[in-house]
Design a protein around this ligand. Structure first.
Ligand code: AGP
Length: 614
């Protein structure tokens, strides 16, 4: 968690730092702070959001053409001003910002206290900067060397940037397990550092992603990258593809709403150039390179967290349906600590919007060690997961800024559909005619998404108004709509703070049915498929207990209409593609309820977009 930004170059750093922190605020918004160097080191910090920091700074001096900034999601130490970054070394020479967790900070702190260190905060980060200064003084070495030696003593995850008053022409960045992008500016000696590329894109398109265990030193305008074992590396320069529009609200009130309405395009982008329903081509590097493996595959394990885990559940249905491969879907956080049985011929697929989720990364590492083949389905280009996997596919959904995942989910589901169909084609488990009809339907999905988003607005608003004040919601679905029920419930919980549970509709009678009374809104996703009749019976069970039924049905459905209080229609489609449509009204419903309840939709309390801590 946490967002970091840094600048060194000919211009004033402050505006870049603040704008960058605003862009990274989705990563955490417990506190914000900057350090600016202009002969003197000026440090400003504030509990709360970046705007609170800006208000606090007011007209104070913000001069300095080098600086670092941080927006925090609290781990060690309460979210208050004292624990806000940057943190200073004992002499005040060094300032550090940090994203991650220093796991052995308590032991290091104890040793430093014995040597006379006095700490001002409760953070692990302050321990790190004390350690660096201690080494620098004792070893009489350069700042780079002190950082390198200190990092060799550290256990944990970090992306850090260090600024030094006594060494003003140097900026040091280092990473392990937390993301870091370095932008190479267009002006001589100009460099940018950030947790992701969004703060950098309007200044330069030339970036390099620091690898785990690497340290970057920008000294006198020159960038040098070395490993923590002191081996020099040649930076690989990438050209950024994201646009400025993609990271701005573009007239919408919230990023989440913008991202919901971007789905016709983001879904299209996730399959564009990858399928051709005429030639039956499904083109993805992973499919070609691992063709043999796919043909002989015995098992797939899908890992993810939150919404990505829900996409993984849809993936389970897809791979089993089309490619006839057994699939297990695992919460990354459980999988990694469970001593799981892994075989070298397993395929492990990690799903992650950010590509940085700590639990998913750790679970993937475990699978890698066991010799399994690892694929990634990620959205953020150049993030950690795609860089450690054998292959995979980007979802191409574009930057997702709202903390609640929307377009990333539908893009993940689309990419999993392509993979499942590609696997099925290579394993001979799907006929050409069936494949053609599914591919043709995928090509029709963006238009259907557009139609749902337009047509359901009015009913969604009406339902939101009616139920915005309730305390509980139940979401039911079966088959492909079961993960959608889970996802709908998660969306409502995270942004409106209403308790919501998702259940397989038939499981309701094994417990949750006890909750149903006339005050309980029950959302049932009841699209027409092989188990439609069964879902109808489940709806009747809710009705019999006076629950308020809100149903998502296939266009033209009349039977559910007779029973439900509210009905939202979605166009008919392949059962396997239904989640791409049925999830849309649920996203909008959560959004409108959250707005009506006055919640901060894009930055819900206690959450952050990218969970880089365990
Ligand atoms: C989604 O709305 C959530 N905010 C959250 O569950 C998220 O999906 C989860 O933290 C996983 O993130 P990732 O996809 O970036 O790995």
């Amino acid at each position: 968690m946490c967002g970091i930004v840094a600048y060194i170059g000919p211009d004033q750093a402050f505006d870049f730092l603040i704008q960058g922190l605003r862009r990274l605020e989705y990563r955490g918004y417990d506190s914000a702070g900057v350090a600016l160097l202009d002969g003197d080191m000026k440090v400003y910090k504030e509990h709360g959001k970046v705007q609170d920091l800006v208000d606090k700074i007011g007209n104070q001096n913000t001069e300095g053409n080098r600086g670092i900034g941080h927006t925090r999601w609290a781990t060690h130490g309460e979210p208050n001003e004292k624990n806000a970054h940057p943190h200073l070394s004992p002499s005040g020479d060094l300032a550090v910002i940090h994203n991650g967790i220093i796991e052995n900070y308590a032991t290091l702190k104890e040793a430093l206290v014995e040597l006379g260190s006095v700490f001002k905060s409760d953070t692990d980060t302050e321990v790190l900067i004390h350690l660096i200064e201690n080494i620098k003084t004792n070893e009489k070495c350069s700042l780079f060397e002190a950082v390198r030696l200190a990092l060799n003593e550290v256990v944990g995850a970090y992306a850090i940037v260090i600024l030094s008053k006594n060494d003003p022409n140097t900026l040091i960045g280092a990473r392990k397990g937390s993301p870091m992008v370095l932008g190479i500016g267009n002006k001589p000696g100009e460099y940018f550092i950030a947790s992701d590329a969004t703060p950098i894109v309007e200044y330069t398109r030339k970036v390099t992603y620091l690898e785990d265990g690497e340290i970057a030193e920008i000294k006198d305008g020159v960038l040098t990258i070395k490993t923590i074992d002191n081996i020099k590396k040649t930076p690989f320069i990438h050209n950024l593809e994201i646009t400025l529009d993609a990271i701005e609200k573009g007239g919408y009130d919230h990023f989440m709403l913008k991202e919901i309405f971007e789905q016709p395009k983001s879904i299209h982008d996730s399959f564009r150039g990858r399928i051709d329903s005429n030639s039956l081509k499904i083109e993805m590097r992973s499919l070609n390179e691992f063709e043999n493996k796919i043909r002989n595959l015995k098992r797939i394990i899908i890992i993810g967290c939150g919404t990505s885990w829900h996409a993984g559940l849809v993936g389970e249905y897809l791979f089993e349906d089309f490619a006839r491969i057994p699939v297990e879907v695992e919460y990354a956080s459980e999988f990694r600590y469970r001593n799981p049985v892994l075989y070298s011929d397993d395929l492990v697929i990690a799903i992650s919007q950010s590509g940085e989720t700590a639990d998913t990364l750790a679970a993937l590492e475990l699978a890698k060690q066991a010799g399994a083949t690892i694929f990634g389905v990620c959205n953020v280009v150049g993030s950690s997961i795609p860089r450690m996997t054998d292959a995979g596919a980007y979802t191409h959904a574009g930057p997702e800024i709202g903390v609640a995942s929307t377009k990333a989910f539908t893009a993940q589901v689309t990419v999993l559909t392509l993979l499942a169909l590609g696997f099925a084609q290579r394993r001979g488990t799907i006929s050409d005619s069936r494949l053609r009809s599914v591919l043709q339907e995928i090509e029709r999905i963006p238009a259907k998404v557009e139609k749902v988003l337009k047509s359901c607005q009015e009913s969604v608003l009406e339902i939101a108004e009616k139920f915005a004040d309730v305390s509980n919601f139940l979401y039911l679905g079966r088959g492909y709509n079961f993960p959608v029920a889970l996802e709908g419930a998660l969306k409502l919980k995270e942004i409106s703070y209403i308790h919501a549970e998702g259940y397989p509709a038939a499981e309701m009678k094994h417990g949750p049915i006890a909750l149903i009374d006339e005050a309980m809104p029950v959302i049932v996703i009841a699209t027409q498929n092989d188990i439609y009749e069964k879902v109808l019976s489940n709806i009747q069970e809710v009705k019999a207990r006076k629950g308020k039924i809100i149903a998502i049905v296939t266009e033209g459905d009349t039977r559910v209409k007779d029973i439900a209080e509210h009905v939202i229609e979605i166009p008919e489609t392949e059962d396997a593609l239904v989640p791409l449509l049925s999830t849309l009204p649920l996203q909008l419903l959560s959004y409108h309820i959250a707005v009506m309840r006055g919640c901060n939709v894009d930055q819900p309390r206690n959450l952050a977009k990218s969970v880089t801590v365990e």
